[in-house]
Ligand binder design. Structure first.
Ligand code: AP5
Ligand code: MG
Length: 184
């Protein structure tokens, strides 16, 4: 099974993707985590986009592909993609990339939360984890990009009949049970 998890910043994509990956034996492919790890490694590539990450803007897609494609190609038992695709052109690229490999996306999970919940959760995470993009300015930039660029991706998969919408405001286990029952 190949899945995508979508939702605004702080909606719990990473949190739920981990649980889903464990339950169904999938590879969790989190583009943001892979990019942050590359930046922290101090590599030449990482140095180039470290500032972009901290600003909340999007990293050029060819760079994102360099970190996610090797993991995707190795994920034999299926995957859950978290953080990609971020706009319709990325979704179209992914569709044709998978078609070439005779693979496809089975379902797309959308975690639905309002802006206040994003702001509340990211403010808490900023204290706990200190992610470079959990500053008020970068959070604002990320939420704007989500609304302008990522929201159209929802319709892209809705039109393919793959969208599952989940209330992301509930507690972690309730959301997880809801996703599992919708997938079954
Ligand atoms: P990315 O890492 O994908 O970050 P994001 O989309 O901003 O989302 P977050 O990770 O902030 O939120 P989440 O939904 O995973 O929530 P989480 O589970 O952590 O991307 C980062 C950057 O990388 C981008 O800005 C861009 O620069 C770059 N990038 C990545 N992919 C790219 C691409 N394809 N193209 C271009 N650039 C790309 O939960 C949030 C907090 O809430 C946590 O503290 C958690 O413990 C808590 N929480 C979770 N669920 C609940 C719950 N149900 N109740 C209460 N608290 C909860
Ligand atoms: Mg995340």
């Amino acid at each position: 099974m190949n899945l995508i998890i979508l939702g605004p910043q702080g909606s719990g994509k990473g949190t739920q993707a981990k649980l889903i990956a464990e339950k169904f034996g999938l590879t969790h492919i989190a583009s943001g985590d892979l990019l942050r790890a590359e930046a922290e490694s101090g590599s030449e590539m990482g140095k180039v986009f470290e500032k972009i990450l901290a600003s909340g803007e999007l990293v050029p897609f060819d760079t994102v592909l360099k970190v996610i494609e090797p993991v995707l190609l190795k994920s034999k038992g299926g995957f859950i993609l978290d953080g990609t695709p971020r706009d319709v052109s990325q979704a179209e690229y992914l569709d044709s990339f998978l078609t070439d490999l005779k693979m496809n996306i089975d379902k797309v999970i959308l975690l639905d939360i309002p802006r206040e919940v994003s702001l509340d959760r990211l403010a808490k995470r900023a204290i706990l984890e200190g992610r470079s993009d959990d500053t008020p300015e970068a959070i604002d930039e990320r939420l704007q990009l989500y609304h302008n660029k990522t929201v159209p991706v929802i319709d892209h998969y809705k039109n393919q009949g793959k969208l599952l919408v989940v209330d992301g405001t509930l507690d972690i286990q309730t959301i997880f049970q809801d996703i599992v029952s919708k997938l079954n």
